[in-house]
Ligand binder design. Structure first.
Ligand code: ZN
Length: 237
């Protein structure tokens, strides 16, 4: 482990509200921050298209962020779509399944993402891995759980003979507090950037703009985001 690697972070960056807040969090803490995004035929691939605009928007917010923000890695994991059977990649209706999970659940997705991220970090001499997983107002995805990710950190460290640190700064806060964290880190300018340029809607709808951002307004992701925004306004404004 070289001295510099401890100042380097890789952020799992989808272009959504949570991962953008995590990118800001990392840019405040680490000297070199790179991003990684995964293409897997998700039907809200529009999230991926927001990434470049968000990265340059972040760099414009603070000169230190501009100097710290490094390269972007884009990894194709289309095998996830080949496995199929989920509303996130196919045309299936978004609903609750018999297992009590939304039909958008892609089994083991975050396990794969962190493992790919660690493989990239290995090559880039990066120690810190950052993800926006949260088990406070999540949909019950088992791979978002704190215990899952702590176990995964141990597994990756053993499997790659490294000492990665997995950070999940949003794990114990809700959506309203995530907006609050963004404002604490980057002020109203960051909140506005996240509000207008991130994408959360499962259906990829960017035709209608609400005060909480673009989206269909009806899917579970839009509802969660709208509720969180309203609670943020009620609580912090
Ligand atoms: Zn939606």
């Amino acid at each position: 482990m070289t001295a510099t690697s401890d100042r380097r972070a890789l952020v799992l960056f989808s272009g959504g509200q949570d991962s953008t807040t995590c990118l800001a969090w990392a840019l405040e803490r680490f000297d070199f921050v790179e991003t990684i995004g995964f293409d897997y035929g998700q039907r809200h691939a529009i999230e991926m298209d927001c990434r470049d605009a968000l990265r340059s928007g972040m760099a414009d917010l603070k000169p230190t962020w501009a100097s710290r923000l490094g390269c972007d890695h884009r990894v194709n994991v289309s095998a996830l779509a080949d496995i199929g059977g989920t509303a996130l990649t196919g045309e299936a209706e978004i609903r609750m399944t018999a297992e009590g999970l939304p039909s958008t659940f892609v089994p083991g997705r975050n396990l794969l993402f962190f493992t790919f991220a660690a493989a990239v970090a290995y090559r880039r001499n990066i120690r810190h891995l950052v993800g926006g997983m949260c088990e406070t107002d999540y949909s019950g995805y088992p791979d978002c759980r704190d215990d899952t990710l702590k176990a995964l950190q141990v597994t990756i460290n053993l499997g790659m003979d490294r000492r990665y640190v997995v950070h999940t700064p949003l794990m114990w806060i809700d959506k309203a507090e995530t907006w609050g964290m963004a404002r604490e880190i980057g002020g109203t300018a960051l909140v506005d950037l996240i509000r207008t340029s991130t994408h959360t809607c499962y259906l990829g709808d960017r035709t209608e703009q609400h005060d909480w951002g673009f989206g269909c307004g009806a899917c579970p992701a839009c509802k969660l985001r709208a509720t969180g925004w309203q609670r943020f306004k009620d609580k912090f404004d």
